[in-house]
Design a protein around this ligand. Structure first.
Ligand code: UDX
Length: 470
């Protein structure tokens, strides 16, 4: 992985500064900070703009990244408004609220940089999360080119932004139960049920939101994908066709290049997770985590607990506060549940996920199929059980199970017997061994694409030249 592991080494600055604007969610912050570290390692100075929302730990970030400049602005959300239950409503609102404060923040940074005697770090572009769909317009007013960072997988994102076309072609809205199985011929191997639209109180809002994201990409100076060519060749081909003259840069997996835990919003229970894993036998543990956003109900939570317990496999389970609706943490579990398992289970609030997946004791990952989790599992060769909730996760799960064939897609009811069965299929049966062999092959490809001459390495070189040309 030549050229990628040197992110924190002091390299001479190249006289250019990049300004990055992550969306304030863990699955979006991680790849943006990894990208910042890569660009820093290539000589760029780095400024990060962020909202107050979800980012109360600015000091923590500045400690982990003392070489970056951090600037924040208030997003104007009250506690109640900041609920993410209706994702489409939330994203539309946060985009609206941030336009003016973002403009002021950017203006101040640019003005200070002009006034600064030290002219060797003048801002040359804005790198924005794709879900901040207003930013290009603001940056254009300052004549600053915009590059979009796409933190979802290519196929997941393309299916998501194809809603308007899929509606025109009558796949959406879903007509009846039978049509759920209809193949979406534009996006094999997806079926209608893999492209379900976000649940929201105003469906039109979703279409507007999706179009706004796409319009921004079309107006931008490039798109960075946290993916790699060997994994999503067909999707990247479609992206080329769709975005025509917009240069695209598949430079992932981004997390293979900077310290794993430095972008975490919650403190990771490193000691408990790793010391518990150290006591387990190789490939015996199922690691369970549903990411940073989704919530499940109490009944589902209990089914998971009993299903895992009945599988008789050791497990490390991330139950973040807020995962179980209406509960503070793990109170819905029966009294003495973990004690009854005699050390076979360990529950933590937040884990050092990349280190956990790389641990020799971990043999399977029950995941919500967020794109970062999917990539991180691929990079460590860990087969998956996919339990998707959001639209891009549905697509990722379908690809994992039916295209790369490195996991199972939980199309079953969240019920203890089904769970027990799925865990045993992946962890102990021949089917699971075959998945492991296939995912190890993908892991090798990751290592190859990041090496000098590999596809992601080449894309990164192109990206650097592209930014230097502004
Ligand atoms: C969200 C969406 O859910 C996802 O579909 C989209 O692709 C990105 O944004 P999230 O739910 O947070 O992401 O999932 P994911 O993309 O998997 O990102 C979670 C990140 O948190 C990963 O990088 C993972 O390593 C990290 N994590 C998770 C921890 O560090 N510790 C944990 O205990 C759990």
């Amino acid at each position: 992985m030549e050229g990628r592991n040197d992110s924190c080494r002091m390299v001479p600055r190249n006289g250019r500064r990049v300004i990055l604007f992550p969306l304030p969610f863990q699955g979006h912050i991680n790849p943006m900070l990894h990208l910042a570290s890569i660009l820093y390692s290539k000589g760029f100075s780095v400024t990060i703009i962020h909202t107050d929302f979800n980012f109360s730990s600015t000091n923590y970030f500045s400690c982990n990244y003392p070489h970056f400049d951090f600037h924040s602005f208030p997003d104007g959300f009250s506690e109640t408004e900041a609920s993410v239950e209706d994702v489409a409503v939330f994203f539309t609102a946060i985009n609206g609220k941030c336009i003016m404060p973002f403009r002021d923040c950017l203006a101040e940074i640019l003005m200070k940089s002009k006034a600064d005697q030290n002219k060797d770090s003048s801002p040359c572009c804005l790198i924005t999360d794709a879900f901040w769909f207003f930013t290009h317009t603001v940056a254009a007013d300052f004549k600053l080119p915009t590059i979009v960072l796409q933190t979802c997988g290519v196929s997941g994102f393309l299916a998501f932004t194809a809603y308007p076309i899929l509606r025109e072609r009558a796949y959406l809205p879903v007509q009846d139960h039978q049509s759920l199985e209809t193949p979406v011929t534009e996006f094999p191997p997806l079926r209608v049920k893999d492209i379900q639209v976000l649940e929201t109180m105003d469906q039109e809002n979703v279409y507007r939101f999706v179009s706004a994201i796409d319009t921004q990409i079309m107006a931008s100076s490039g798109v960075i994908w946290n993916s790699y060519r060997d994994l999503e060749q067909a999707g990247l081909g479609l992206a080329h066709q769709k975005y025509l003259s917009i240069p695209i840069f598949p430079i992932g997996p981004l997390h293979k290049c900077s310290p794993a835990s430095s972008g975490s919003l919650s403190s990771q229970d490193y000691q408990r997770s790793i010391s518990w894993l150290d006591k387990q036998t190789p490939k015996s543990v199922v690691y369970i985590s549903f990411g940073s956003v989704i919530a499940i109900n109490k009944d589902g939570f209990l089914e998971i607990a009993w299903g895992v317990a009945n599988s008789r496999m050791p497990f490390l389970w991330v139950v973040r506060p807020g995962l179980v609706s209406g509960a503070e943490w793990v109170e819905p579990l029966p009294k003495g549940f973990l004690e009854m398992l005699d050390g076979r289970g360990c529950i933590v609030k937040w884990a050092p996920q990349q280190e956990v997946l790389a641990h020799p004791a971990v043999g399977g990952f029950w995941t919500h199929s967020g794109w970062n989790s999917t990539l991180e599992s691929m990079c460590e060769g860990v087969p998956m059980i996919c339990q998707p909730y959001l639209p891009d996760q549905m697509v990722n799960a379908r690809y994992v199970s039916h295209f790369w064939r490195v996991g199972l897609h939980s199309e079953w009811k969240l019920e203890r017997m089904e769970i027990e069965r799925a865990i045993r299929r992946v962890m102990v049966e021949a089917e699971g061994q075959e998945m492991r062999a296939r995912i190890m092959h993908l892991k090798e490809k990751v290592d190859f694409c990041l090496r000098k001459g590999g596809s992601s390495h080449q894309s990164l070189e192109r990206l650097i030249d592209h930014i230097l040309s502004f």
